[in-house]
Design a protein around this ligand. Sequence first.
Ligand code: SF4
Length: 456
Amino acid sequence: MSHSKAATIFNKDEKKVNWHDKALWFVRHKRDKSAHSVKGWEELRNLGHGIKAHTLSNLDTYLIQFEENAIKNGVQVHWAADADEHNKIVQSILKAHNAKKVVKSKSMLTEECHLNPFLEANDIEVIDTDLGERIVQLAKEPPSHIVLPAIHKKKEEVDVLFQEHLGTKPCDGDPQYLTGEARKHLREKFIQADAAITGVNFAVADTGGFVVCTNEGNADMGVHLAPVHIACMGIEKLIPKQEHLGVFLRLLGRSATGQHITTYSSHFKKPRNGAKMHIVIVDNGRTEQLSRPDFRASLHCIRCGACMNTCPIYRRSGGHSYDSTIPGPIGSILSPGKDLKKHSTLPFASTLCGSCSDVCPVKIDIHTQLYKWRQIITKETPQPFIKKTSMKMMGNIFSKPSQFDKVGKVARWSLRNLPKGMINSKPNVWGKARDLPLGPKESFEDWYKKRNKDEQ
Ligand code: SF4
């Protein structure tokens, strides 16, 4: 389904759309306040961008350095070329430890690899322990946002969901009660777990350690109780040195939710006594994206979600309309690189206003990359007949000033004189949800010439 069709479904509930829009704009505001409170914020962004660009240019060296140091720390390192290999490696580790119950903290990589359904099909219970993730897991839905996975759900909906799955009492969506019940439910799961799976926010090449950021402490709880820790990371999560962490941790928390730092920014280096630690390093299309000069900077992403919170299209179409693990502006750059045909409508789900690039903490030129994908997609995939012919026609009109004048005159007259029903007819999709403005009596050119004449 195209993005616009999926967005139409989300747009049916106008009240909810307005609420979703407002909720994300609130987070964007918090980000602005927090970013503006840092002197040298722009320098910090430049630094983040530079470190990521340098790391990606020397990725082979840093990956090997990271692996060597992690092994020295007593960690077992595994390499996966794709999602399938990643899932099989995780399954084999769990099998080796006879682990049947797993707790998992938020990891977009494991979502991307569809690890949960794979493990469940192999008789392994996987419980997502981030509250938002658990909500969408119970609802059998994918996350709709990378930082706020259940942002599309109102608290009243969570109330009903918890009654059905956790046996809670009706509470009119009381967040305190619901959170308390979720905590009790998850505590049991933590205690019973045979293994804990986490993502990785930053992996440090010169120490072999890594950092996992959560606001609920669920990653720490899982890892500290279970005898086996499996950390899954994409190859782009590397940074060269421990001292670089300060740059990214400051950028991440502020850009994601406006916090000065994510509440639990936990450093892991080696397994505790008697426990095991594994790291699975995954490519799954990243090397290919790295080989595309126009799009390699998309791998700088630290998954803060700021580009989603600010995007007018994301806010009013919802994360599920992107039909992709990573939605929003950054997802619209990453997804076509994986499957151009399936995700060919995503780069068009943007106003190209550039707000995403303005807030991105690592200065990814998101809107420029979206524009570049559009050019590739237009050449490489079949375009709808109406779009193709109307764009050709517009190209002709815009390239000939005399024609442009004539068409402008007709358009201005039509907007002023034709009945609304004719203007907002079926081919005019713009008119589906809004009125076109009343046409001016004269063109800008006519007005400008007249003004100059009067002044002379
Ligand atoms: S592209 Fe930039 S703004 Fe968007 S999630 Fe990634 S780091 Fe954040």
